[in-house]
Each structure stands twice: as C-alpha cells, then as structure tokens.
Design a protein around this ligand. Structure first.
Ligand code: MN
Length: 200
C-alpha cells in the first residue's frame, strides 16, 4: 500500500480567522504530503510493513527494522499525527458529552483544563505536539517532541495540537500563546468524544 494524502474534511478557509487559509493549505498540501512521501520512501521494499496503518507501526516500533525505525517514527508519526489533527478542527462545536464529564472530573473545570493544556503547549521547547491522552484510563496532558506519537508510549491520544512553527508562523509569527488560544475556538469536541468512546 502506498500512503496517500486524504483531502481535508473542510475547506482551507473553514477555520478562519483562528487558523488562516494559507497556513492550512501549505500545512496540508506541503508539510503533510512530505511526511507521506518520506514514509513511503522509508517503507520501500518492506512488503509486510507497507500494508499496515501508520498507527500500527507506531504502536509496535519493535517490529520496524532499526535501519528505518527513526524514519518511521518521524515520517510515519508526521503522517499519523496530521491525519489525526485535521478532523479535530471545527468551529462552533460545544464542549459536551462524556469527555466533558471526564475532563471536569480530572481537571476541575474547563478553564483549569485549558490553562494546563495551554501552559504545556506553550512551554514545550522546540517543535512537537501537545496532547490530551488516555493513559491506563487516566486522562493526562502530555507533550511529545518532533512527530513522536503517544501511541508509541502505550497512550491513546484524544486531542492533539501541532505546535511546530509551520502550524502557526504565517499568522502568529513568534506568538505561540495566541495560536494556542485560537485553537480553543476550533476544537471539534464531537471528534474528541469519538476518540474517548473508542478508547474507554
Ligand atoms: Mn504540522
């Protein structure tokens, strides 16, 4: 199987003004595409691995030959993370459902959760991701460097935020906290609930 870039589930300008059209277009058609191209290149000749989903590869890094393991972590992670990220973005979705109950139970209330998630995302040094994960049935906020995916640590991602500069630099330049604040306007809580239901 050759991995291919799926279309976004919405128009490039659907998240304006929080995430701008040009950023979405370049992020999807250039950055995401490049991870896919490099994953395909790394898996060339690896018949058994080519047919597995990137998420399966990331959950089972031991089965990846050492010669291509780093490439699979970086580019398989890049593909999986972005495929996970796009459907998590939507305007005007209410914070509700089972995930709301679980977040409130764990963090106290939405504002405390938002503060903790935003702070983790803002403090991450360099490029990476901030996540809300399910870790042995416990909700946790974590960050990962580069394109590392929580699945490789046995954790299930429910929500993820790309905090590479390519995700926000055109609109927000060095103002990462503003991008993080904007993200909270475009979280598709229905999708987060879907992930939570599937994982718990
Ligand atoms: Mn990205």
């Amino acid at each position: 199987m050759i991995h291919k870039l799926e279309p976004l589930p919405y128009a490039y300008d659907a998240l304006e003004p929080y995430i701008d059209e040009q950023t979405m277009r370049i992020h999807h058609t250039k950055h995401h595409q490049t991870y896919i191209d490099k994953l395909n290149a790394a898996l060339e000749g690896q018949k058994a691995l080519q047919d597995r989903k990137p998420e399966d590869l990331l959950k089972n890094l031991n089965m990846i030959p050492e010669t291509i393991r780093t490439a699979v972590i970086n580019h398989g992670g890049g593909h999986a993370n972005h495929s996970f990220f796009w459907p998590l973005l939507k305007k005007n979705v209410k914070f509700e459902g089972k995930v709301k109950d679980a977040v409130n139970a764990k963090f106290g209330d939405f504002d405390s959760f938002k503060k903790a998630f935003s702070s983790a995302a803002a403090l991450l040094f360099g490029s990476g991701w901030a996540w809300l994960v399910l870790d042995k049935n416990d909700l946790r906020i974590i960050t990962t460097p580069n394109q590392d995916n929580p699945l490789s640590q046995g954790k299930t991602p429910l929500l993820g935020l790309d905090i590479w500069e390519h995700a926000y630099y055109l609109k927000y330049q060095n103002r990462r906290p503003e991008y993080i604040e904007a993200f909270f306007n475009v979280i598709n809580w229905n999708k987060v609930n879907e992930h939570y239901r599937a994982a718990s």
